[in-house]
Design a protein around this ligand. Structure first.
Ligand SMILES: [Fe+2]
Length: 200
């Protein structure tokens, strides 16, 4: 059975970047909904329901046809949100350091240029979806987006940072201003955690 992960902070702790009501609905309703539907979709597959969500998505192509839709939409939703919560923090950090900073500089020039590129690409994702920082096999970094709840894991990619740009992630506070949400969220990023994902 898949379960909703606990947050490392309270719903109000990310204010004013993300408001408490948005966090509460997002975590306790939206994410819980993906978990519930994933479990329901896999109820006849006890071997799959006990797998690590990352492993389940990495093996997407080999899954039985009848579970693919549930895994893609709700398994993706579960994995994406789990990553998202883990890279948020109420304790503002200056930015990436160490090996991660070096890789960002190698791939994008500098941190500001990376942020600009990420904001532009992610703001341009049509409709609901996600912006990703991906670590390639050669250690290089790449910015991608996916639609809906598609996970980069399904394509064999390793996301180390993901930002939710579904309207449910920002609409109460930012309404239609997705670019403002994106430019604000950097102050809530847990770069230590992103660095951990980068180093693994
Ligand atoms: Fe979301």
């Amino acid at each position: 059975m898949y379960t909703l992960p606990k947050l490392n902070f309270d719903y109000a702790d990310l204010e004013p970047i993300i408001d408490a009501r948005t966090m509460e609905i997002h975590h306790s309703k939206h994410h819980q909904g993906y978990v519930n539907k994933l479990n329901a979709g896999l109820e006849n597959h006890p071997d799959l329901i006990k797998k690590d969500i990352t492993e389940l998505l990495k093996d997407f192509k080999n899954l039985p046809e009848e579970v693919k839709k549930a895994v893609r939409n709700n398994g993706g939703g579960h994995a994406n949100h789990t990553l998202f919560w883990s890279i948020l923090t109420p304790n503002k950090q200056a930015g990436p350091t160490g090996g991660l900073l070096k890789a960002i500089e190698n791939s994008f020039g500098n941190f500001d240029q990376f942020k600009k590129e990420f904001e532009t690409k992610t703001a341009g994702q049509f409709g609901s979806g996600w912006g990703w920082l991906i670590k390639n096999d050669d250690g290089k970094l790449e910015i991608t987006t996916t639609a809906n709840q598609d996970s980069p894991l399904m394509d064999g990619l390793s996301p180390i940072l993901g930002i939710d740009v579904w309207e449910h992630a920002y609409y109460l506070n930012y309404q239609n201003r997705r670019p403002d949400y994106l430019s604000s969220i950097w102050d809530a990023i847990n770069w230590e955690q992103v660095n951990t994902y980068f180093s693994n």
